[in-house]
Design a protein around this ligand. Structure first.
Ligand SMILES: C[S@@+](CC[C@H](N)C(=O)[O-])C[C@H]1O[C@@H](n2cnc3c(N)ncnc32)[C@H](O)[C@@H]1O
Length: 331
């Protein structure tokens, strides 16, 4: 008989597997060595999930997960279920692919957010092809404060592969969401991820010089823009129209882009009417973050926002993530 605690732990394994938590951190100790069916259940909830067969996560990770499982049961002296060997054989025979997905399981009743991502920290000369921990923390904050975004027009700077924005469009009642970035591979992946999560076959692609895609997710109009911070000007702001809230995650890491970033925020406040900037940062180097906050703080009042506990998303708390809310000093 499997109790609620067992099923909850099984769900936890699934969640960790879906977003590549290092296999050594995945706790298997609740699995009964005598219950051979529990081995099959783990496989059914991870490697053999329909969504994994359709949008596979990194093959090396799947193999490492299976090895972790096999080693655990071997150490316990358990009889190994045939499925584990069959699955290992199947995975070994699969060709390697550069295209990997991550699946973010949020609330029950909500579809998982599926993102095409790269496992490397930097690939194709950009940091934007994977999800960073500040984005996971900001996504968690968005879910815990979803009503904050009701009917709002939100613009995200440096969206990367799109987790924060897609969380916003799927978990809030925001009216319009601008997802923006400047790197061509990142923008292509971002468009792919919007379409993957909207599930629409119909799409407006390559609409214009700046606007690359318009789609609709959960009644939120999602527009993907090519928006280098250096290019933001009055005309461009006028073409964007009204923006209520600007958000960004993990964009404070290189002091050479501080000025363009702050200028971009200035323009969005001045010409689009934005009234707040919600910024999630990973504090890799406290001096770098302090320098950025000093620059931003010249015209903005910055307050710390409490980082939520990890309920839907999992991220490392070392180095720590900090979330800030900035409003114009004069308001
Ligand atoms: C570390 S990644 C963060 C991506 C995403 N927000 C996350 O947290 O997962 C930084 C992102 O900022 C974008 N970026 C960097 N400089 C930029 C600029 N000058 N204009 C627009 N986007 C920029 C990069 O292309 C990249 O996607």
């Amino acid at each position: 008989m499997q109790d609620d605690d067992y099923l909850e732990k099984l769900q936890q394994i699934k969640k960790q597997f879906l977003c590549y938590v290092p296999v050594k951190e995945i706790n298997l100790s609740f699995l009964d060595k005598l219950d051979i069916n529990s081995q099959e259940q783990v496989i059914e909830n991870t490697i053999r999930l329909d969504q994994i067969l359709k949008y596979p996560i990194n093959l090396e990770y799947q193999k490492a997960f299976l090895k972790h499982l096999l080693q655990y049961f071997e150490r316990q002296g358990s009889v190994i279920h045939d499925t584990l060997y069959e699955e290992y054989g199947r995975l070994v025979a699969l060709p390697c692919s550069n295209i990997n997905f991550k699946h973010y399981a949020t609330e029950s009743g909500k579809k998982d957010i599926i993102l095409k991502e790269n496992a490397n920290l930097i690939s194709d000369g950009t940091t934007g092809l994977r999800t960073w921990q500040a984005s996971l923390a900001l996504s968690e904050w968005i879910i815990s404060n979803s009503s904050y975004f009701n009917s709002k027009v939100v613009l995200e700077l440096g969206s990367g592969v799109g987790l924060t924005g897609l969380t916003l469009s799927t978990h809030t009642e925001a009216k319009t969401l601008y997802l923006t970035d400047c790197h061509s591979s990142v923008l292509t992946t971002l468009c792919d991820n919007v379409i993957l999560n909207s599930g629409h076959v119909y799409k407006n692609y390559n609409l214009g010089e700046q606007c690359l895609l318009e789609d609709c997710i959960n009644n939120c109009l999602v527009r993907v823009f090519n928006l280098p911070w250096e290019d933001i000007c009055e005309d461009l702001c006028q073409s964007l129209g009204r923006i209520d809230i600007v958000i960004a995650a993990d964009v404070v890491y290189d002091s050479s882009i501080f000025e363009p970033l702050v200028n971009a925020v200035d323009y969005l406040f001045k010409y689009c009417g934005a009234s707040e900037f919600i910024l999630s940062c990973t504090e890799r180097n406290p001096d770098t973050l302090t320098d950025f906050l000093l620059l931003l703080g010249k015209n903005y009042r910055i307050v710390d926002v409490e980082v939520p506990i990890q309920r839907h998303f999992l991220w490392s708390s070392i180095p720590p993530v900090k979330i800030f809310n900035a409003r114009l000093t004069s308001t």
